[in-house]
Design a protein around this ligand. Structure first.
Ligand code: GTQ
Length: 350
């Protein structure tokens, strides 16, 4: 029946309904409901040497106080300078120079810090301070006051990871500046009181919806990876990979962002792996390369690279290497969207 309708009539119809705020689904079906993820996000690498030169130059042009946060955002080359490293996630490089502070503020978005260079800067979360060391993973949960400062003699550089694009997709953003002055509490009180297989007796499990721990120190993480690597067999796709958790629930350390650390042993070649969570990697130790959807990326310490959703990745460390990574898997799992595929099999692997 419809085949008799002439094309000019259809075009006329499309034009008339467009003026009424209507569009035919049948012209957009495959883009709307794709057979598999077709991310515009591209595999990419940022070498730290170049990042460092740029952020240090930024350091001569604006103060942390003036900038509020002195950050260079990592722009995925496939995503139109939209201030995102994957479709859903943000990554930035923050510099705090000796003697500087970045003022107290809070926002709905959850943030992580992954410390790349320098020891002796601090982040304050709701008045509790933690000192930052290279390799530390630090959480500032949504709507907690946070400020940064550097009392050391050296510049401190870290990577920020935020779920701000998820917040903005849902039009749920609020932020406030000029938070309260620091209150005097024991440094790392949250880790002391929640991170040692004990909880304050009246702690109500999971009621906060976020981890009570702000700093997951690298000294501990590294020791865990070291002992795991000497005791159990490596996973064929991941080597020795651990995920950071909220110890009160066993859920991810952040409600939206999954965060990991993995050790790739000397001589290891990972089997091809892909998953629906586009993942940002930071090299903590070692050199090597990764092949992402057929493209080779050579990396060394402090480099940052991105593996887009449903792109196959294989890692080839030159010697023992350690990779930090984060993705939106925590969100996807909660919504029932997340899938992975291990090895070279074709088709989904749900
Ligand atoms: O340190 O609070 O990279 O609010 C972007 C937004 C860092 C921060 C960013 C922020 C922060």
């Amino acid at each position: 029946m419809a085949t008799n309708v002439n094309e000019a009539k259809r075009q006329d119809f499309y034009q008339r309904i467009a003026a009424k705020g209507l569009t035919p689904l049948w012209l957009n079906m495959s883009a709307m409901v794709s057979r598999e993820p077709g991310s515009r996000c591209k595999p990419a690498i940022w070498h730290f040497e170049e990042i460092r030169a740029s952020i240090m130059e930024g350091g001569t042009l604006i103060t942390a106080q003036e900038a509020e946060r002195r950050v260079l955002m990592l722009e995925n080359p496939g995503l139109d300078q939209a201030h995102r490293i994957t479709n859903s996630l943000y990554a930035g490089i923050q510099l705090v120079m000796p003697g500087e502070t970045a003022p107290n503020h809070r926002h709905v978005a959850n943030a992580l810090r992954f410390i790349i260079e320098g020891t002796g800067a601090y982040t304050g979360v709701n008045g509790e301070r933690t000192t930052l060391h290279p390799g530390d993973f630090v959480v500032t949960p949504g709507w907690t006051w946070h400020e940064h400062g550097n009392n050391s003699a050296d510049p401190v550089i870290w990577m920020d990871g935020l779920d701000v694009h998820l917040v903005n997709l849902l039009d749920a953003s609020f932020m406030e500046g000029e938070g309260p002055e620091d209150v005097e509490v024991v440094e790392d009180l949250s880790y002391v009181s929640h991170g040692h297989n004990m909880l304050p007796v009246d702690y109500k499990r999971g009621t906060e919806g976020k981890s009570p721990i702000f700093n997951y120190p690298y000294s501990v993480t590294r020791d865990v990876l070291e002992k795991m690597s000497r005791s159990v067999a490596p996973d064929a796709c991941h080597g020795f990979k651990m995920r950071f958790i909220d110890p009160t629930t066993g859920d991810w350390a952040m409600p939206t962002i999954a965060v990991y650390m993995q050790l790739l042993p000397k001589g290891f070649v990972s089997q091809p792996y892909r998953s629906t969570d586009g993942t940002i990697f930071a090299v903590v130790e070692g050199t090597g390369h990764s092949v992402i959807a057929g493209q080779r990326f050579d990396w060394r310490e402090k480099d940052i690279f991105v593996v887009p959703s449903w792109h196959s990745v294989q890692h080839f460390p030159d010697n023992e290497a350690v990779l930090f990574s984060y993705s939106d898997r925590a969100t996807q799992e909660k919504l029932g969207f997340w899938r992975e595929q291990r090895g070279n099999r074709s088709g989904g692997d749900k």
